[in-house]
Design a protein. Structure first.
Length: 44
């Protein structure tokens, strides 16, 4: 498994805090895709 410096949870927070930046929707799709693809489990 790859190690990421920023957690996906943090990425989502950043995206949610600024939903109007170009590519926000794409970024959310990408994060969901990566989570599904790598089967990453959230630790909420």
């Amino acid at each position: 498994a790859q190690k990421y410096n920023t957690s996906f949870k943090d990425c989502e927070k950043i995206i949610d805090s600024n939903p109007y930046f170009p590519g926000a929707a794409k970024a959310k799709e990408w994060i969901k895709y990566i989570i599904d693809k790598d089967n990453i489990l959230y630790d909420y």
